[in-house]
Design a protein around this ligand. Structure first.
Ligand SMILES: [Zn+2]
Length: 294
């Protein structure tokens, strides 16, 4: 058995996992007040959860603890995670204070990619790409069945000269056009500022509203497809897996995206398959248990 932890901008979750089976899971969604200083909330949650897991399962039965975090973790510390307000936080240290089980931390896009490559939509290929469209754009590239850690950061490739300002300081980054956050902001501007993601989806069930927002969807899909096709080409991917919160919008966006992608790749005769990710919510905790496996 392994323990997987997934820390994101709005939640933390933990799971006791055997292969791709989740034997136990709990999560905590951060309140707005908590978001100002997450260190204590995270530490308390992990301490309680580790106590309750270790009350059920002996320490010796747990092979490792994997931790999925945004940004570029270094020696267990969370770094360059602009959507997460933590200071000097090291989740491995919290685990190490409790147990002697080895803990490892990795970028969340790469963890989600590991779950897809091992158990999901990228299982059938040697060379594959995972792109997770959410607040930003997570990236994991597999060459000859190995995670290629040096190819990263799809969200910050520039796809528009003098384009939109990005949180990284540059202009025209891919994620300022093709992240789900950007799409939802555009839809909220049109349909109502305070709509939740679920409420937006519900409104789009209505044919008339769908028609109204069609230009927004079309522009979004066009940008999304450009980045995906670029990565497919550069990485000689046999399969590209599309994940992240995009998965929740698949009924509306997937067919449009496939059409756009097929139009681009047919021009140069690329042979690549596009799959929707197998994992949605649990990609982080399952993927975290696969750190150092590929
Ligand atoms: Zn950027």
């Amino acid at each position: 058995m392994r323990i997987g932890i997934d820390l994101g901008g709005s939640h933390i979750s933990i799971g006791l996992i055997e292969k791709d089976n989740i034997l136990y899971k709990n999560e905590h969604n951060f309140s707005n007040e908590e978001k100002d200083n997450l260190n204590n909330v995270i530490e308390e949650f992990l301490n309680n959860e580790m106590d309750s897991i270790l009350a059920k399962v002996a320490e010796e039965e747990i092979e490792m603890v994997g931790i999925s975090v945004p940004g570029r973790p270094k020696n267990g510390f969370i770094e360059q995670a602009s959507n997460l307000k933590v200071s000097n936080l090291n989740l491995e240290n919290i685990i190490n204070k409790k147990t002697r089980i080895k803990a490892y931390t990795k970028n969340d896009g790469m963890c989600a990619g590991l779950a897809e490559k091992t158990y999901g939509s990228l299982r059938e290929c040697e060379n594959g790409v995972f792109l997770g469209f959410g607040t930003g754009i997570g990236t994991a590239v597999f060459l000859h069945n190995r995670l290629e850690e040096l190819i990263r950061g799809a969200g910050h490739m520039i796809i528009e000269k003098n384009g939109r300002k990005c949180s990284c300081g540059k202009n025209g980054c891919y994620e300022t056009y093709a992240s789900m956050k950007v799409l939802k902001t555009a839809l909220r501007n049109k349909l109502g500022e305070n709509l939740s993601s679920r409420e937006i989806l519900k409104l789009l069930d209505d044919e008339k509203i769908l028609k109204e927002v069609e230009p927004i969807l079309q522009e979004f899909i066009e940008y999304m497809a450009i980045g995906i096709a670029n990565f497919a080409r550069i990485c000689s991917a046999e399969i590209v897996s599309i994940g992240g919160s995009f998965v929740y919008y698949k009924d509306i966006l997937w067919e449009r995206l496939q059409n756009e992608l097929n139009e681009i790749i047919s021009k140069e005769g690329l042979k690549v398959k596009f799959n929707i990710a197998t994992f949605s919510n649990d990609a982080g905790i399952v993927g975290a248990t696969l750190i150092n496996s590929l």
